[in-house]
Design a protein around this ligand. Structure first.
Ligand code: PLP
Length: 338
């Protein structure tokens, strides 16, 4: 198996991330970093929040998508792009494609809720509804690549996507140069791998901790197994962290294996508490995936050694669900039934 050891080069260079930063100038928001008095008091260390849920389209995914599209050749841009994401990657890709004047097709199954279809269509992408599963949607993507020559833009395992997400790391380091620990939501590892590649190149002593939900944490299971493995996907409040890393993972598994200092897993109750805390104490509306850094601190699951940043990665949560979570004592998807 292709296990990297510390002598092997990191597959995403600081130069690639700096090039992404130049491409993203004027295309994405430089999101604010704020202090959290409540979490600082709780932990006894200065805790800061990187408010990336306020990024255009509601998540950091716009960084990677914009960089990947801007890095295409003129001929590739002319052909148009395609992806199968119904979530934040789909939104980001649709927005970035419109900004750059590139045609985008987003494939989804018939089971995707109408509001998600409408959100992506309203960003100007062509939505193609096919089949009854994510696999059917992915098969249509592959068909469009083969027959229409569209360029597939994957959500995380792609050098330009990872470099784009890495720009968040450079930005964060400028906002808090003495950061000791960064808490990063972890799914496919594009965000955590990109941030780690950027930050460790400039400040190797900073610890990068990936945070996932306990149920269906594909990267954590793969790191434990020493190779990419499949995990069963189950409903979770952190829905943007669901899905596998791909058994043929090329980049993000190796990056996370080399550069992450630890991975922390959270229960659904802990994630709900993170969403609630963000709202009540920070006045921020974040989705489950975006709340896991706060949740890990509340749960006492990370040991802090100095100034700490929790990356709030996204804010696209169904507002009826959000209301149910902030009003305690009600049921949410993934909660244990009595
Ligand atoms: C995609 C996503 C993540 C996870 O990013 P990966 O690069 O897949 O690890 C975290 N938070 C939000 C809000 C996301 O949309």
């Amino acid at each position: 198996m292709p296990a990297f050891d510390s002598l092997m080069a990191v597959p995403i260079t600081l130069a690639a991330i700096e090039a992404a930063r130049a491409r993203l100038a004027g295309q994405v928001v430089t999101t604010a970093m704020t202090d959290s008095p409540s979490l600082s008091a709780l932990t006894g260390m200065p805790v800061h929040l990187k408010l990336e849920h306020r990024q255009t389209t509601g998540s950091f995914k716009l960084r990677g998508a914009t960089n990947a599209l801007a890095a295409l050749s003129a001929a590739e841009q002319q052909r148009g792009v395609v992806a199968a994401s119904t979530g934040n990657h789909g939104r980001a890709l649709a927005h970035a494609a419109r900004q750059l004047g590139i045609d985008a097709v987003i494939c989804m199954s018939r089971l995707v809720p109408r509001n998600k279809v409408a959100a992506i269509a309203s960003l100007g992408a062509e939505v193609r509804i096919v089949g009854d599963s994510q696999d059917d949607a992915q098969a249509e993507v592959e068909r469009l690549v083969a027959t229409a020559g569209l360029v597939m833009i994957p959500p995380f395992d792609h050098p330009a996507i990872i470099a784009g997400q890495g720009t968040l790391g450079l930005e964060l380091l400028e906002q808090l140069p003495d950061v000791a620990t960064i808490l990063v939501p972890l799914s496919g590892g594009g965000l955590a791998g990109g941030i780690a590649a950027a930050v460790k190149a400039r400040r190797p002593t900073t610890r990068i901790i990936g945070i996932s939900m306990a149920r269906g944490a594909a990267m954590q299971a793969s790191l434990a197994a020493g190779q990419p493995v499949e995990v069963q996907e189950v409903p979770t409040l952190a829905d943007s962290l669901g899905g596998g890393i791909g058994l043929d993972n090329r980049l993000t598994f190796a990056l996370c294996q080399q550069l992450l200092d630890d991975v922390v897993l959270l229960t659904e109750d802990e994630i709900a508490a993170g969403i609630r805390h963000a709202y009540e104490h920070e006045r921020e509306i974040v989705e489950g995936a975006g709340a896991v850094g706060i949740a890990a601190l509340l749960a006492g699951k990370v040991e802090l050694t100095g100034p700490t940043v929790a990356v709030l990665s996204g804010g696209n949560i169904d507002m009826a669900l959000h209301r149910r979570i902030v009003c305690a004592g009600m049921m949410w998807p993934g909660e244990r039934s009595a």
